[in-house]
Design a protein around this ligand. Structure first.
Ligand SMILES: Nc1ncnc2c1ncn2[C@@H]1O[C@H](COP(=O)(O)OP(=O)(O)OP(=O)(O)O)[C@@H](O)[C@H]1O
Ligand SMILES: [Mg+2]
Length: 589
């Protein structure tokens, strides 16, 4: 038996000789034996040791066996200790019962029969040992159960955390998808509405302009027509912002040096923002060129500055910076890795709370009072930047100002040097015989009227098919002007067909908006709706004069006034498109 498996047995008797006898008898058991000659000594030994069995002499001088047994049993540690009485006297039934009541488990009569004593002590020692082993096993089991429970709880908590995280991620992704779908359908709707309005505005503006010529001598009538033209132009600005949001704006990207463009805006900005706002422009002159429509970008920066002004009613500071950045995919949502120019417009104004920030780029979302905001400013900026392969990011906190960052990819094309060169204008000689192709009779009528007013003669066709018929039967057409978006064959397709059959016949394209597919990435001279007579004349001049061929003509009212009517927007600035197609010569009559 291992030393740690041995149990302690306490022998209590006032006669040392008897103790020696018991010791001799029990030595065979191989357990640890302690001897006590008095009850006190026995108690002392008990308190200091774990005792499995106590062999007690019933008759002792100071405390008799029963009293000692009662004392032992009272102690909580000795509830499981086996007490065996050794007694020559007092073995009547009543005494036995008293002994059992005091906690005895057995009696050994005197004279002691060694085998009997040994057998009885062995049984109780063994019982004690097994009980102890069981307790140890039980404790170990409990420890393991507790350990497993703790592990399970940890695993469970981790699982719950992950489930919660995944749920949150899923909800966020779903919300994002929902937001994207919402914006996409809003974009489609807005783009569609803007497209139709552009057509109508083309007719309205064209006719008003012609009308203006008839009332030139009458100041009152001229004022009325002028204010109608102004209204229509404001409408045109609105539709352009809507198209920008829908990313269907007809853009004229150029490779430009952004610091030059921003510096050029300084004076106009300080006029627009007023004296209570300090403007700080901090540009890195080394930033590489980027490719974007300069007119639209100016308008975008102006929109951001005006938003800043509106948020700084008690004055403040507007800072515009331009820096180069190298991004890796994922740095900015929606942007692939690469080199970018980051333009940041920062104000010290009221800032936005989360709810406003979330909706700020939604079209028509405004917190401004009626007549003071259309809610299309940020939508326009966002659309423009996205359509230019960049991204907009807004950082704002209620009471702590706003920072809007526009990132545009760096371009490796050479910068267009002569930004403000004035394009040759005029309607050239004439008169020309022009084939006008447009499926919309109202737009066609007004464009015809404008062209006729310029002295040209017009043949109209309401479809590409009809246009080809005219061209095949009428040999005296000098130029074709065609709408792009037509049912069946589009204007771009018609132009390609014309080029194949009549390579020298100039074709100009009129478009309401750019398809995202890039269908309109064409080198055709083109005009965006709505346009005015002057711009139509420019297109015609571009078409029939080889020297200025290939130039695009912007008909969009990059308006001089904000839609809200209170802001001062940038002046209209038209820039030449780099020549991308070879010069065309007029078809010999
Ligand atoms: N710099 C800014 N500081 C605080 N709030 C802003 C800022 N820019 C935009 N906002 C908030 O976002 C809303 C939408 O801005 P957005 O430019 O699209 O439209 P708007 O300024 O209300 O109208 P519009 O641009 O047609 O004049 C604003 O009404 C305003 O609540
Ligand atoms: Mg605005």
């Amino acid at each position: 038996m291992d030393a740690e498996d041995k149990v302690n047995i306490l022998l209590v008797d006032d006669q040392a000789a008897k103790l020696l006898t018991y010791e001799a008898i029990l030595a065979d058991l191989g357990e640890n034996l302690f001897k006590a000659t008095s009850a006190n000594q026995a108690l002392e030994l008990l308190l200091r040791n774990e005792v499995a069995v106590v062999l007690i002499d019933v008759c002792m001088p100071d405390l008799d066996g029963f009293e000692l047994a009662a004392l032992i049993r009272q102690h909580p540690r000795f509830q499981a200790t086996a007490l065996i009485f050794v007694s020559a006297v007092q073995v009547a039934d009543i005494d036995l019962l008293r002994g059992y009541a005091a906690g005895a488990v057995d009696y050994v009569p005197v004279p002691v029969i060694p085998d009997l004593l040994r057998a009885k002590v062995r049984v109780f020692a063994e019982l004690y040992r097994k009980t102890k082993q069981l307790e140890t096993l039980n404790r170990e089991l409990e420890r393991r159960v507790a350990q497993r429970t703790a592990e399970l709880e940890t695993a469970n908590a981790e699982l719950e955390r992950r489930v919660e995280m995944r749920t949150r991620e899923r909800e966020a992704a779903l919300a994002q998808i929902h937001e994207m779908q919402k914006l996409e359908s809003l974009g489609k709707l807005t783009g569609g509405v803007a497209h139709d309005f552009n057509n109508l505005l083309t007719a309205v503006l064209g006719n008003l302009e012609l009308l203006r010529k008839y009332v030139e001598h009458d100041a009152r009538q001229r004022r009325l027509v002028d204010s109608a033209i102004q209204g229509a132009e404001r409408g045109a600005t609105l539709t352009n912002r809507m198209l920008a949001f829908a990313r269907r704006q007809e853009l004229r990207p150029e490779t430009i040096h952004l610091p030059t463009l921003i510096e050029g805006m300084a004076e106009m900005l300080s006029r627009s923002l007023g004296p209570s706002i300090e403007i700080s422009i901090d540009l890195d002159p080394e930033v590489p060129p980027a490719r974007v429509d300069p007119n639209q970008l100016e308008l975008a920066i102006l929109n951001l500055a005006l938003n800043g002004r509106d948020a700084m009613t008690d004055g403040g500071r507007l800072t515009i910076t331009a820096r180069t950045e190298t991004l890796v995919a994922g740095d900015i949502a929606g942007l692939p890795g690469g080199h970018y120019v980051c333009i940041a417009v920062t104000d010290t104004g009221s800032g936005m709370d989360d709810a406003i920030l979330k909706r700020a780029t939604e079209p028509f979302f405004t917190t401004k009072s009626p007549g003071h905001g259309t809610g299309l400013g940020l939508s326009m900026v966002d659309g423009l930047v996205a359509q230019s392969y960049g991204a907009m990011r807004i950082l704002s906190e209620k009471g702590r100002g706003t920072r809007v960052e526009l990132r545009l990819p760096v371009s490796d094309l050479p910068v267009v040097k002569n930004l403000d060169a004035v394009r040759p204008k005029g309607n050239g000689a004439g008169p020309w015989r022009i084939l006008l192709v447009d499926d919309d009779p109202i737009v066609a009528a007004s464009t015809s009227a404008m062209l006729e007013d310029l002295g040209h003669s017009i043949v109209e066709a309401d479809s590409a098919r009809r246009a080809l018929e005219v061209l095949r039967s009428d040999g005296a057409i000098d130029a074709v002007i065609t709408d792009h978006a037509m049912p069946g064959t589009s204007g771009t397709e018609l132009a390609a067909q014309v080029r194949r059959e009549w390579p020298h016949l100039p074709v100009g394209l009129i478009s309401g908006y750019t398809e995202l597919s890039g269908e309109l990435r064409t080198d055709l001279p083109r005009l965006a709706k709505p346009y005015r007579q002057e711009q139509l004349a420019d297109l015609l001049a571009t078409l029939v004069h080889g020297e200025s061929a290939g130039q695009a003509v912007s008909g969009q009212a990059v308006s001089g006034q904000a839609v809200s009517g209170q802001a001062v927007h940038g002046q209209e600035r038209r820039r030449p498109q780099p020549v991308v197609s070879g010069p065309r010569s007029r078809r010999p009559p």
